[in-house]
Design a protein around this ligand. Structure first.
Ligand code: ATP
Ligand code: ZN
Length: 300
């Protein structure tokens, strides 16, 4: 896999919880790709962007070592690698460019259900199994708690049952895995979601233009998901109040209505959700013929 100075390389999870959302994000950025024979690279056909498919744990290091320019990975993995790099006194560390809107989970302690949780002092002297020894170790140190951190690569939740640990610190979303293993969640130490990271090394000029375009498109895709286009009719006299009610909208477009001096059409992009309650308030303020439409693409 020879590195090319004009093509952007982005590392993503090959197969797992982040994969579908990540590929959907890249597709929404306009990327059309074909899979290589080895199924390890997706070659961009319409943009100089190649997608490298790897295990999520490897993504921060690939970006740190500048083998990939960008990476999309959970904050949990980002933080674990970052703390390790800090410990090693690494000067230049990859940058976190943007959080994305998927892969939500939290890193939490969990204890056997039959134990009585007494607050953070409960952790003292315990054996804690986790796949995130850096994050957990750092947390314990900050809290001034002495406990043993045991590194597990997977199936952390079975460690207490096996007698290998007293409790765990693991990723949780619904909590059903904990329940199935008779564990109870206590404190959360990290709220995580997918994150876009970038190499610490200066990106060559040959790639800069497309990199900026890609980053701008990713921001556009994120904004569009929440955004709506609203159209309504309103009496001119109600315009100040109606403008105030439009959520997350900058100056709306006002269009005259044929044959009506007292009424106008108002068009606006709202960068926040529009709830029924907002429409009801707009109606009370004098708005009528309201239409709320999804936004397909957006470029600032
Ligand atoms: P890989 O084979 O790539 O190493 P994995 O088993 O480590 O896969 P997944 O379970 O697919 O990883 O999770 C990938 C990421 O998804 C996690 O690192 C985390 O950021 C996020 N995630 C979201 N919800 C959860 C959850 N309930 N449990 C674990 N991870 C979650
Ligand atoms: Zn993993």
């Amino acid at each position: 896999m020879k590195k090319n100075n004009t093509r952007i390389r982005i590392a993503v999870q090959k197969s797992g919880r982040l994969t579908e959302h990540t590929m959907e994000l890249l597709t929404r950025c306009g990327l059309i790709y074909s899979k290589g024979h080895d199924q390890l690279i997706c070659y961009g056909e319409n943009m100089p962007v190649d997608v490298i498919l790897v295990r999520d744990d490897d993504i921060p290091s690939l970006v740190q070592e500048n083998l990939c320019d960008l990476g999309i990975v959970g904050l949990n993995e980002v933080e674990e690698t970052r703390l390790k790099l800090v410990e090693l006194d690494t000067k230049e560390i990859f940058s976190q460019i943007s959080t994305l809107d998927f892969g939500y989970c939290r890193l939490s302690f969990a204890i056997p259900e039959d134990q009585n949780y007494t607050g953070l002092s409960f952790l003292s002297g315990k054996r804690i199994a986790t796949s995130y020894p850096q994050i957990v170790g750092h947390y314990l140190k900050n809290q001034g708690i002495k406990a043993e951190v045991i590194k597990f690569s997977g199936a952390v939740e079975i460690a207490p049952g096996l007698g290998k640990a007293d409790m765990i610190c693991d990723l949780v979303s619904s909590g059903s895995t904990l329940q199935a293993n008779e564990l109870r969640e206590t404190d959360t130490i990290l709220e995580s979601r997918a994150t876009l990271i970038q190499t610490p090394v200066l990106i060559p000029t040959g790639k800069q233009e497309w990199l900026q375009r890609l980053l701008q498109r990713i921001q556009g895709v994120l904004q569009v998901k929440e955004s709506k286009y609203i159209m309504l009719h309103a009496p001119r006299s109600a315009l100040p109040e109606i403008s105030k009610l439009l959520p997350g909208s900058e100056s709306p477009t006002i269009i005259p209505l044929e044959g009506r001096n007292d009424k106008v059409a108002v068009h606006a992009v709202c960068k926040e959700k529009i709830f029924w309650e907002t429409l009801e308030l707009l109606k009370e303020a004098g708005a009528s013929s309201m239409l709320v439409l999804p936004v397909e693409k957006m470029l600032a």
